[in-house]
Ligand binder design. Structure first.
Ligand code: HEC
Length: 135
């Protein structure tokens, strides 16, 4: 029993330090962000079979079929909006908003509308990763 309290305090301290790291400061990549943030629901390969999926009323989408369901083109703008947390339609989603977590230095990107929009690097890296796993 005597060991329990210091151990718990130690874990809390580690989590507190992790929470204070600047976004992107811990060498993230699209793949590592996917594994940490998305795989619990969407599964390690993105097909929608993560460990948390069983408990969700609305099932996580198969993220390897995004292009196929969009007529063969990767829906970049829609994917980035979805991840960031701009929801479409009135149905509440089971998927969290990741905007605050992925906040990072921006780069200019044209997502297909001809406009160079400042976009957080980590969001682009994650979208690139998703584009790379299309079946
Ligand atoms: C708590 C579980 C959960 C987590 C974590 C999660 N998602 Fe989702 N996601 C869902 C569910 C459920 C849906 C289907 C319902 C909806 O569209 O909101 C979904 C849908 C999506 C869609 C829309 C698919 C389509 O066909 O339009 C994309 C893109 C997506 N997720 C990407 C991600 C990415 C990238 C991450 C990690 C940053 C992530 N999700 C993390 C549960 C989750």
């Amino acid at each position: 029993m005597g060991l329990a309290k210091p151990f718990v305090l130690g874990v809390v301290a580690v989590l507190a330090v992790a929470a204070c790291l600047p976004p992107g400061g811990a060498q993230t990549s699209g793949a590592s962000d996917f594994a940490a943030l998305c795989a619990p629901c969407h599964g390690p390969t993105g097909v929608g079979n993560g460990p948390a999926a069983a408990d969700l009323v609305i099932k996580p989408a198969n993220l390897t079929g995004l292009s196929e369901r969009n007529g063969g083109t990767f829906p970049l703008a829609r994917v980035m909006s979805k991840i960031w947390g701009y929801s479409e339609g009135a149905v509440p989603s089971m998927m969290p908003e990741f905007g605050p977590l992925l906040d990072s230095p921006t780069v200019l990107v044209d997502v297909g509308d001809g406009i160079q929009t400042p976009t957080p690097e980590r969001l682009i890296d994650l979208a690139d990763y998703l584009a790379s796993i299309q079946g």
